[in-house]
Design a protein around this ligand. Structure first.
Ligand code: DGJ
Length: 726
């Protein structure tokens, strides 16, 4: 619900359990006065405490009042160059050479339903109550007009924000920073949590005590990256999984981003998130406008677990789209780790054949089926079938696989090109390369300039042709390098600062066209594993390959960190062969199944090479997953231990929304001699219900408050309990 109190000039947004307040100050500055637990009423600007602060300047309209300064006022969308020395939300190079932006309130509107953003991913309101608030601010002098958009998704305790900047002035303007959200707090003796990491070690939670200064993370790699994720949490210093206040923000965007927390001289806090200002410069001619991507915010008073569960539900039901968003995904087998580039139609068929016998439902043919793609030196860009490997094209193989009762899926990497390709030989200027400079290669490949319509058209035409040439149910969309040499032959010099963002818009445009034209197609996002795992991609691809690291022990950490924001049903997770190719570790087959079943679940090996016992285990894993997939996908997820702390086991559980069923998974991460008693306290059950666990009945209260004694497991062993109300 959105309330405007005309007398107090407050705008208050209410979700089911949270409130968010702004106030239009007498000067016209839009102040931010509250975000937290739900309030019935009140004007929280009373907390501002005016004070004459040294070196905090005062705007002309407050006259000689030295207590009013932008430097100390909590702002909704901060100006720059007029007295607020904290992180600005908006920066621009104006025609007269100045960089000053001073935003004042013009008006606001409230509408039912949630706004959408043209060309950009965003949460939507299908099936849930939602409202939109639009507040208009203007910098009188330049004519820059800012529309702040707020979407209120009550049920998820989520408030989304986006920003449109319009040039209502008479001269061109260059935008150099447009934050999607800026959030000021009066206090901030808090911690902040980011998701750091690396290739094969994605999304490791990093918790840091907030100290005075500007703390920033981000990506300038052209994608959201393995190294940092567009997600940030501020929380009480003693916040745990189940207690404490947490304010979290996720950017619905897949390109360069910056997330900043500033802790000020007066221990106030400002959180901002948006497109990274690195090499960003967007030219607005008079009348033109620019839309910054959406940021989604959640407040939880019940710790990090509740915060995650709010994001999980909203992402699954109101960000992911298409028929697959809430449906069981096919249990697939992918040939990559089994064959790398060394395969042909018969090899793929033989993997599929073995898999079909134990219940696998889809065969995915990975990298290497097209052009001269026999290694990673060539072929990218040539999306024609390699006839030596697949005589007659994709259709005969797809049909043979269909004959096994399986679906067929395929890998692509449309944003890239190898110099050794027909595409590059015909159009060298379609790859990013700055004039007069040599190229910078990544995995021997270059990045296609998706800012150009003809390049996007080429990709779309090729994908269309491929998808129509055979019965293809699934596409794995990969992206295996970061962007460099970012310069487009299709744009004038003064617009080169737009290339990074236009590239992302190009990716979205192609994905949107596919979504419209092939609505049944399941697309899995991928970027060398989880290098582009973000809310932006999830709008187009309801699942994303979580990491190239399929080692079950390492995956515990990767999936744990990923779950801070993203639901399990979005995490591509497969059982692979041992010793693991990246870690050289061997883990039991059962453990690999338990870990993969906390994601989309599939296989990444050649089942022909398994022992009869292992094949039996595969059949068992598949039958079990079919039985409880809905609990994993639609249930509430609880992190029971933290695999980054030196605990002996890692445990998590999924509880069905009606709390009648649960799946509890435990993996022994360390084993010591004469070990301590392994007790596990569950979460999320109904204390008044009785549950059947391994043939015995326990009260939900018992299982949660006293716990269950786990067996003494060896290192890397796992145990899984499927629990039912009796
Ligand atoms: C990186 C992906 O993450 C892998 O799963 C595989 O598809 C390779 N690319 C293929 O080149």
């Amino acid at each position: 619900m959105i309330q405007y109190d005309a007398e107090r000039r407050t705008l208050t947004l209410h979700t089911r359990s949270t409130s968010y307040q702004m106030k239009i100050d007498a000067t016209g500055v839009l102040l931010h006065t509250y975000y937290g637990e739900k309030l019935r009423k009140g004007d929280l600007s009373r907390l501002i405490c005016p004070e004459d602060r040294g070196f905090s300047p005062n705007p002309d309209e407050v006259g000689l009042d030295r207590t009013w300064s932008l430097d100390t006022q909590p702002q909704e969308y901060s100006s720059s160059g007029v007295g607020d020395f904290r992180q600005p939300a908006l920066e621009a190079d104006l025609a007269d050479g100045s960089h000053i932006v001073d935003l004042r309130y013009v008006g606001h509107t409230v509408a039912d339903g949630k706004y959408a953003l043209e060309g950009l991913p965003a949460f939507y309101d299908e099936g849930v109550a939602a409202q939109t608030l639009t507040v208009e601010l203007r910098d009188k002098c330049s004519g820059l007009t800012v529309e702040l958009l707020y979407g209120v998704l009550e049920e998820y305790d989520m408030i989304t924000r986006a920003v449109r900047v319009r040039n209502d002035g008479a001269a061109p303007v260059q935008l150099t920073r447009v934050a999607s959200a800026c959030l000021d707090f009066f206090t901030g003796d808090w911690d902040f949590i980011t998701l750091g990491g690396a290739y094969a070690r994605e999304r490791e939670p990093v918790r840091t005590t907030l100290t005075q200064g500007v703390h920033t993370v981000g990506s300038v790699r052209g994608s959201s990256s393995h190294q940092q994720n567009p997600f940030l949490v501020l929380c009480d210093r003693d916040a745990t999984e189940d207690t404490g206040c947490c304010w979290a923000m996720a950017l619905v965007y897949s390109g360069n981003f910056q997330a900043t927390v500033e802790h000020t001289q007066f221990h106030e806090t400002r959180m901002t998130m948006g497109i990274h200002p690195f090499h960003f410069c967007w030219r607005l001619e008079p009348g033109e406008s620019f839309t910054a991507p959406e940021a989604a915010m959640v407040f939880s008073r019940q710790g990090l677990g509740h915060m995650s569960r709010m994001f999980h539900r909203a992402i699954r039901l109101n960000l992911c789209r298409g028929p697959w968003k809430d449906a069981r995904r096919p249990i697939l087998i992918n040939n990559w780790e089994a064959t790398l580039f060394d395969f042909d139609a018969d090899k793929i068929y033989s993997i599929a054949q073995a898999a079909s016998k134990v219940g696998v439902e889809m065969m995915v043919m990975d990298d290497g089926w097209f052009g001269q793609r026999n290694d990673d030196f060539g072929g990218l860009g040539d999306w024609n079938v390699n006839q030596e490997k697949l005589p007659g094209g994709l259709a005969p193989l797809a049909e043979r696989i269909k004959g096994l009762g399986m679906k067929f899926g395929i890998w692509v990497e449309p944003e890239m090109v190898n110099e050794n390709s027909d595409l590059y030989r015909a159009h060298p200027d379609w790859a990013f390369q700055a004039p007069g400079r040599p190229v910078t290669r990544g995995r021997y490949q270059l990045v296609l300039d998706l800012t150009r319509a003809e390049v996007r058209q080429y990709i779309l035409d090729n994908l269309r042709t491929m998808l129509k040439s055979a019965d293809i149910s699934y596409v794995k969309w990969d992206m295996n390098r970061s962007l460099t040499d970012v310069w487009s032959a299709g744009l004038p010099a003064e617009r080169q600062g737009e290339v990074y963002h236009r590239f992302v818009l190009g990716v979205y445009e192609i994905l949107e066209a596919l979504h419209q034209e092939f609505p049944q197609l399941l697309i899995e996002g991928c970027s060398g594993g989880g290098g582009r795992f973000d809310c932006g991609m999830l709008y187009y691809t309801p699942q994303i390959w979580c990491s190239d690291n399929t080692d079950a022990m390492d995956r515990l950490r990767i999936q744990y960190g990923t779950s801070y924001c993203y639901p399990c049903c979005t995490m591509g997770a497969h059982v692979s062969a041992v010793p693991n190719g990246l870690t050289h570790r061997s883990t039991p087959f059962h453990t690999r199944g338990v870990v993969a079943a906390a994601g989309t679940f599939g296989y990444e090996l050649d089942l022909n090479e398994l022992s009869p016992e292992e094949l039996e285990e595969v059949a068992h894993q598949i039958a079990a997953f079919r039985n409880y997939w809905d609990v994993v996908m639609r249930g509430d997820y609880y992190r029971l231990t933290d695999p980054f702390r030196h605990e002996c086991f890692c445990a998590w559980m999924h509880v069905s929304p009606d709390r009648t069923r649960a799946v509890v998974s435990v993996v022994q991460t360390q084993r010591h001699a004469n070990p301590v008693r392994p007790l596990l306290r569950m979460k999320g059950l109904d204390p008044d219900k009785d549950y059947l666990v391994e043939g015995k009945v326990y009260g939900g209260d018992e299982l949660m408050y006293a716990g269950l004694a786990l067996p003494f497991l060896d290192e890397c062993q796992a145990v899984q309990y499927q629990i039912k109300e009796v």
